[in-house]
Design a protein around this ligand. Structure first.
Ligand SMILES: Cc1ncc(C[n+]2csc(CCOP(=O)(O)OP(=O)(O)O)c2C)c(N)n1
Ligand SMILES: [Mg+2]
Length: 899
């Protein structure tokens, strides 16, 4: 049956080459069809594999081995029948569409420029409705709720559905994006901080939702593997955009999901081929690009490209000409077809070959215009979701092709402007009404009213029944979790007692405390240490053996250091999340663990320990999202301080994470100097977050500089937590007085400066430990606000003012971060606060050299104190001049911020 007798280069060289190839193609395809019809799929795969190997042996590579043809993954004949009422679901979907559109149109009519998005949900409606009617579990006795990451810009669709479900009122919808109205309004996007009973995950910063979903799905398995929750069928769904896939966070963690066999994870990527400005891949094909990437990363990929109208065409496409054209047509051109007439589609698309031209002959122009994309076909989408939900062994991504602004017609369907479309004129509203059959008169429709059928209508009954059967409504967030029991106080004992003569670092203090907390009978199992490949840097390797590194599959190899005490132990019930070099991944795990009290009603205590420089500035947006998500936990910035981390230099030495931290609400930020301060802060954090259940996060910077840790003096706990306390009260009684405020390792510099000032210059110098400028700042601005709003009442004092009550001595603040931080509170200190800090790029050198360079060492603090007193008229000019000489202050040295 093969064509050996008519080889084009031999006997029938007269034949037109193309014709010959057509025959040859058909022969090959017929052979393949024969095997498909008569053998198992594995046999088909074997033959294809053999062909591929043979070709590769001759150096013929396949361009995209990870790509399948540009058609649906699920063949039409494999599909299961649709299990519900297509008709009723279509009607419900139309009503959601209408109300979602009306929300945006009305809000913008009332408040011009208030914004909102119509076209995103318009393209995704079928994906969501299939999810809501058939898959997304709401949580009941039998099944926990699925965790769904709703695409931020599709929020009007979610609100509109909740309106039909009777969960939101007309007034709620009316106040979309107008949250400050009386009675509140609906937040623009999913924000648990703003709607804590409704939204679970903040998703609107593109890329965060995919990475958070991956680590959430992994965390669910972690909880199962550690016996903290029962094994279950809970799914994590991430509903995301195709443009969003450009964010590095979106694609950066795909292999985590396949490596960990996360078959509880499903991504649904709405491939409407457009992002904000225009096409996602005008000259390429985003679905094919994503397929290759996801397949390469080990995901199960389901493409839903064509609706059922295409099935007969594809069945008749014997020579594969239609699929060839489908594959050769770039996305930009597909977008053009959306906005074109049937006549154009006939010529430009089907007209590319004789066979396809013929295929289109029996179709009217209107029929060609209406040929549906897969993502708008409920039957196709249902089957994709079903297969994804049933798939075992790997995560699944559904790539659904849709049209952005579907149903908007000339107002924006497939148009480049559609993302920004917020207003529809009367004609456009009537078009929308007709297209989706909304039962409104012309006059009514033109006012874009919200529309909900009667409670006992078929639509509402159906919709409620479906949700009831799936366990309840979504989106939904709950805060049900039992408060944890405080750890035994003995875990803090060693740190409170100090280290005697022994040099110790605050990093060692927190790691030692972490070890003790992990062994505590009350909360040991709830502690989740998270590290981005820095355990050894922080001396955490002792924990490897003790509690194990989590790995779903355990340890399938013999660790090279098995004989050592601290070997690299991976275990299915391991506690440590050793994420590798991904701060974004760690932060996503932090969010999953830190919101576990809500998502699983199981309070978990994450300790994310990282290189402080690669924290706030690297993953600041995820930290912001964590605060929005109401995550609770400890973030620990190790090797912090611009001059305290020796040797590493510009990219490593952190002198500003506390400045970033300042802007984050509900985040406590501490820069402790001593081990006992660390103990007091952690103890309080556990109490407030996990016993009193406040939605807070704690950021604690720890240092790798070693020095003897003092025993905790009496009565300082309150001050440690409020941000400062007097650590050393001068025993001198005569002389001019100064207060030296030190933080972190710079507190030691302040202590040495105090000695210099007392011994060599006859001053009285008290030394304070400032553990948190953020606390001081929060207290000061809140007090000031209260005073401003209560002019008739006696003014309250800020904590700083209370500390210096009746004491007018000048203060010098020195720390290892930028000067802007103490300056935020300088107003409440007596007189003028002198601030020393480490603005500028860091350097690699030893601590002494760097502290001299940045002017935060003992001598610069002492000098600044004298100078401040001179400005205040308390010491004479000659004393300052003498100090320059004696302290060897270099007046001509470079300004560290100039370089
Ligand atoms: C990190 C980030 N950058 C930019 C934006 C602004 N933005 C909002 S939607 C959007 C386009 C989204 O395109 P796509 O993901 O394809 O979603 P679609 O609306 O097409 O479904 C952009 C750039 C954002 N929200 N987050
Ligand atoms: Mg898009």
């Amino acid at each position: 049956m093969f064509l050996t007798t008519i080889h084009p280069h031999s006997k029938i060289s007269f034949m037109d080459k193309k014709k010959y190839y057509d025959i040859e193609n058909r022969e090959w395809l017929d052979s393949l069809d024969y095997i498909i019809e008569n053998e198992e799929p594995e046999r088909v795969q074997e033959v294809l594999h053999l062909l591929r190997v043979r070709a590769q042996k001759h150096g013929i590579e396949f361009m995209r081995p990870s790509n399948t043809p540009y058609i649906n993954t699920i063949a039409a004949e494999e599909e299961s029948p649709f299990p519900g009422s297509r008709e009723l679901e279509r009607k419900i979907k139309s009503l959601v569409r209408w109300n979602a559109m009306a929300m945006v149109v009305r809000a913008n009519k009332e408040s011009d420029g208030i914004g909102g998005h119509i076209s995103t949900y318009a393209s995704a409606a079928t994906l969501y409705e299939i999810g809501f009617n058939h898959f997304f579990r709401g949580g009941d006795d039998k099944h926990p709720a699925d965790l769904v990451y709703f695409q931020g810009h599709a929020s009007p669709g979610m609100y509109a559905r909740s309106f039909l479900e009777g969960r939101l009122s007309e007034k709620d919808l009316h106040n979309f994006r107008q949250e400050l109205r009386e009675g509140g309004g609906l937040s623009s996007y999913p924000h648990p901080r703003l709607m804590p009973d409704y939204w679970q995950f903040p998703t609107v910063s593109m890329g965060l939702s995919p990475i958070m979903a991956i680590y959430q799905a992994r965390f669910n398995k972690y909880l199962e593997d550690r016996g903290l929750i029962k094994e279950n069928e809970q799914k994590v769904w991430a509903m995301v955009g195709d443009g969003e896939m450009d964010e590095p966070e979106s694609m950066g963690a795909l292999t985590v999901a396949s490596r960990e066999d996360l078959d509880n994870l499903i991504f649904v990527i709405n491939c409407n081929l457009q992002r904000l400005d225009g096409p996602v891949r005008g000259n390429g094909k985003v679905i094919q690009e994503l397929e290759a990437a996801y397949k390469g990363a080990g995901w199960n990929v389901i493409k839903v490209i064509w609706g059922a109208d295409w099935d007969p065409l594809l069945r008749k496409d014997k020579n594969g000409q239609l699929v060839r054209i489908m594959e050769e047509t770039p996305d930009g051109q597909y977008q053009k077809y959306v906005a074109s007439s049937g006549d154009y589609i006939r010529k430009d698309f089907f007209g590319k070959s004789q066979e396809t031209k013929k295929l289109a002959e029996n179709y009217s122009d209107e029929q060609l215009e209406k040929l549906r994309r897969g993502g708008h076909d409920p039957q196709k989408v249902f089957n994709a979701f079903k297969r994804a939900a049933e798939h075992k062994g790997s995560p699944t991504v559904i790539l659904a092709k849709t049209i952005k602004g579907y149903g908007l017609g000339e107002a924006g369907e497939g148009r480049n402007i559609t993302h920004q479309q917020k207003k529809l004129n009367e004609k456009e509203l009537l078009y929308f009404r007709d297209r989706f059959g909304i039962p409104l008169s012309d006059d009514d429709a033109m006012k874009a009213p919200f529309y909900r059928p009667a409670e006992d209508s078929e639509e509402i009954k159906y919709l409620k029944k479906r949700r009831n059967e799936l366990g309840g409504f979504l989106p939904k967030r709950q805060e049900k979790s039992d408060p944890l029991k405080a750890p035994d106080d003995k875990v803090y004992k060693e740190l409170l007692a100090g280290s005697g003569e022994r040099d110790f670092a605050t990093t060692m203090a927190i790691v030692s405390l972490l070890g003790k907390l992990l062994s505590d009978k009350n909360i040991g199992k709830r502690i989740v240490p998270i590290v981005p490949d820095e355990s050894r840097t922080f001396g955490m390797d002792a924990l490897f053996r003790k509690v194990g590194i989590y790995s779903h599959t355990g340890q399938n190899y013999e660790p090279v250091d098995k004989d050592s005490l601290l070997y690299y132990k991976e275990a299915t019930d391991g506690a440590i999340l050793e994420e590798g070099i991904t701060e974004a991944g760690c932060m996503s795990s932090f969010i999953a663990a830190g919101t576990s009290y809500s998502t699983h009603s199981v309070g978990m205590i994450p300790f994310f320990i990282f290189y402080s420089m690669f924290g706030f500035q690297r993953v600041g947006d995820l930290i912001w999202a964590a605060a929005d998500a109401r995550a609770r936990g400890f973030m620990v910035g190790g090797t912090s301080g611009r001059t305290t981390l020796a040797g590493e230099g510009l990219q490593h030495t952190d002198g500003h994470s506390h400045l970033n931290a300042m802007a984050i609400p509900h985040l406590k930020a501490y820069d402790p100097a001593f081990a006992y301060e660390v103990a007091v802060i952690v103890k309080e954090g556990i109490r407030r977050m996990f016993i009193d259940q406040e939605d807070l996060m704690y950021y604690i910077t720890v240092l790798n500089e070693k020095y003897p840790m003092p025993k905790m003096p009496g009565g300082v706990e309150d001050g440690i937590l409020k941000g400062m306390y007097r650590y050393r009260k001068s025993r001198k009684r005569s002389g001019e007085k100064v207060h030296l405020m030190g933080s972190g390792a710079i507190l030691n510099e302040a202590l040495r400066a105090a000695e210099i000032l007392e011994k060599d210059f006859g001053l009285i110098a008290d030394v304070w430990s400032v553990t948190s400028y953020k606390e001081l700042y929060d207290n000061a601005r809140e007090t000031e606000r209260w005073n401003r709003l209560n002019p008739d009442k006696e003014a309250r004092k800020t904590y700083i003012e209370e500390c210096f009550e009746g004491d007018e001595a000048r203060c010098i603040a020195a720390h290892d971060y930028v000067k802007a931080i103490p300056m935020t509170v300088c107003r409440w200190f007596p007189g003028i606060l002198t601030v020393l800090g480490t603005d500028g790029f860091g350097r690699s050198d030893n601590r002494r050299a760097m502290r001299d360079y940045f002017e935060v060492d003992d001598k610069h603090i002492a000098y600044a104190a004298l100078h401040s007193l001179y400005l205040n008229g308390k010491v004479e000019k000659k004393t300052v001049k003498q100090a320059v000489k004696e302290l060897k202050i270099d007046k001509n040295k470079d300004n560290p911020t100039d370089i």
